[in-house]
Design a protein around this ligand. Sequence first.
Ligand SMILES: [Fe+2]
Length: 246
Amino acid sequence: MTMELQALFPLALGRVFLRLDPWDLALLMQEVLALRGDAGGNPEPGCAWTGDINGIWQLHSLVTFAAISAEVQRQAWIYLEQLGFQPGTVALHMQRSWPVVSEAGQVVGRHHHPNAHLSAVLYLNGDGSGRSGCLRLFSRHPSNELVPGLLVGHGGPIDPAASAAQRWNAPWLDVAPQAGLLVFFPASTDHAVTANEDEDDLRLSLAFDLALTAPWVGEGDPAPPEYLAPHPAQWSAVAGPGDPGQ
Ligand SMILES: [Fe+2]
C-alpha cells in the first residue's frame, strides 16, 4: 500500500509563448530604453527602473505598444476562460501597464498589486536560464509548513533540494525570463524579481495590471452581481471640496 498526496487549491500561473517578430521585439526594446532615458534606478540604484512610478504607467495607450497590449488582453481572456469564467459575465479592463528595466545587480522587492485583479508580465528578452533575474512568486499560505518558519529557517529538517520539498513545501517559484514569454497570475500574489546577474545584459519586461468589473448594464438588464464593481463607465465621479465649482 502506498500513500498518495493530493495537491489542493493550486495557484494558477498562466504561461504562453508569443511568437513575436524579432524586428518588432527589437523595436519594443528600443522604445522601452528610450522611455527610461537616463534614469538608472527606481530611484534607489539597487532597484530596477519601473515605469509605473516614473510617469510611464499606461504603455497600452502608446502607439508602439498598442498591438502587444491587444495581444496581452486577448490572452487574458483565455486565462479567465481556463479558470472557468463564463463568457459575458465580466468586463476586463487594462488598468495600468509599464516597462521594467533591470541592470546588473538590480532587483524588485517583494510586493503585490492591490490596485488590480490580474497581473501579467511579458519578457522582451532572456534566454530561459534565469541569469538576468527571475520573477519570484511567493506561496500565499504555505499549507504544508507543519511548523511555522520551517521552510525558510536555516538548518531545517526538510531538504530544500529534494523533489518532494519542491512540490509540497516550496516557499516560492521562480520563473526565468525568456523573450516572448507571457505570464499571468492573480494580482494579489506576492512577487519579486531576483538580482540580474548578467553583467552584459539588461533585463527588459512589460508589466500589465487588469481589473474585472461587471459588464455594462443596459436598460432592463439585471443589476450587476454584488461581488463585482459595476462597470466604471457607470460610476459617477464625486467632486472634492477643493475642486473647481465647489
Ligand atoms: Fe509587480
